[in-house]
Design a binder for this molecule. Structure first.
Ligand SMILES: CCCCCCCCCCCCC[C@H](O)CC(=O)SCCNC(=O)CCNC(=O)[C@H](O)C(C)(C)COP(=O)(O)OP(=O)(O)OC[C@H]1O[C@@H](n2cnc3c(N)ncnc32)[C@H](O)[C@@H]1OP(=O)(O)O
Length: 257
């Protein structure tokens, strides 16, 4: 498939998706959404790919949903189409996805980054949910994932005021895992992704499931779920290889089984 709004590359066992609508600061229009989901389907189906990096440009990860595409939409139209119902397709991917954010991650851009497993931010990154300035509210999980990431006070202030926060504040409040000099961000994200891709993919998927379960159930249920998944890890060849390699004082070679 030829993509017009994204770039898709593979770097050994890492898939790299770059949002590529620089003229609109990577605003998320229907074509871009469709192309990202197609690229993710391709990378999920590629057994050689163990981790995915999603990034944008130096100036913008994504400046939100495409306002020009949304402005004339009507309630019956978007209700019947269940607009953005496919947006969770990023959050439900099984392979690890790292969001490498330089510049603006606003509205749907912030929401898209929060759907990924963790965010590495360049020191020029800016996050925000400014939808209230447009007479709407976050519509792709922003009031939910942001609140779970940073707590009610910060989420409520960001959504009600539309205030952007910089990378330092985003790391301090828990949106961002780490800050990296913006010129080094992509290299660092690819390096971390290569480390993850070198681990056991089924175990990485089990970790994603278990961590994400914490958003869905209470602590005792979550601990019980994690324990069952831990037990299941002993059905994998990778568990045998990982522990045997440690005992033999050698590097494990995981087969993804
Ligand atoms: C993708 C995988 C699947 C995931 C599903 C995705 C579904 C689709 C997304 C759904 C999300 C819906 C719910 C969401 O919560 C709703 C929103 O996101 S509403 C939009 C929120 N964003 C904003 O309000 C930011 C708007 N932009 C700005 O405030 C400014 O542009 C800026 C970012 C502060 C930068 O300012 P400047 O540096 O001055 O640059 P310009 O303003 O001149 O912009 C340059 C150029 O880009 C165009 N542009 C910028 N942002 C958008 C946008 N959001 N939509 C459309 N176009 C945008 C701007 O118009 C300029 O273009 P020009 O007019 O010059 O042609």
């Amino acid at each position: 498939m030829t993509y017009e709004t994204i770039l898709l590359e593979t770097r050994d066992r890492v898939g790299l998706i770059t949002l590529n609508r620089p003229q609109a600061l990577n605003a998320l229009n229907a074509q871009l959404v469709s192309e990202v989901n197609h690229a993710l389907d391709t990378l999920e189906a590629d057994a050689h790919i163990g981790c995915i990096v999603l990034t944008g440009s130096k100036k913008a990860f994504a400046a939100g949903a495409d306002i020009k595409e949304m402005a004339e939409l009507t309630y019956p139209q978007i209700y019947m189409d269940d607009l953005f119902s496919d947006s969770d397709r990023v959050a439900n991917r099984r392979k690890p996805i790292i969001a490498a954010v330089n510049g603006f991650a606003l509205g749907g851009g912030c929401e898209l980054a929060l759907m990924c497993d963790f965010i590495l931010a360049g020191d020029n990154a800016k996050f925000g949910q400014p939808e209230i300035n447009l007479g709407v509210l976050p519509g792709m999980g922003g009031t939910q994932r942001l609140t779970r990431a940073v707590g009610k006070a910060k989420a409520m202030e960001m959504c009600l005021s539309g205030r952007m926060i910089d990378a330092v504040e985003a790391e301090r409040c828990g949106i961002v895992a780490r800050i990296v000099p913006s010129d080094e961000l992509l290299d660092e994200a690819l390096k971390v992704a290569a480390v993850i891709a070198g681990k056991s993919l089924p175990i990485a998927m089990m970790i994603k499931e278990s961590v994400n379960r914490a958003f869905e159930v209470n602590l005792s249920e979550g601990v019980r779920f994690e324990r069952r998944v831990f037990h299941a890890a002993f059905a994998t060849q990778d568990q045998k290889e990982g522990m045997a390699a440690f005992i033999a004082k050698r590097q494990a070679e995981f087969q993804g089984k």
